[in-house]
Design a protein around this ligand. Sequence first.
Ligand SMILES: [Fe+2]
Length: 90
Amino acid sequence: MLRVKRVKRGLTPLRVVAATEERVVKHLQDHLEQLPEQDERSRKVLQQMLEDERQHGDVAAAAGGKDFPAVGKGSMGALSQLMTESTSRL
Ligand SMILES: [Fe+2]
């Protein structure tokens, strides 16, 4: 039942995956910008994670996960920010 409601609102699983990966990529980019230039080892790890997540999002988008509804995107952004902030406090 819940799945049917989500699909009716345009929140198909592939769209959710594509939007989630997009948020993860932005999050990783933020971390990468905060890392010291000389920390090459950490930068390489984050770069690889970023490439992997970007590829996941591209695959989901290519498989039909494009054009996530604006309302859903806003909700995902708020949820992702809440998760990021609560995780960093633990
Ligand atoms: Fe991923």
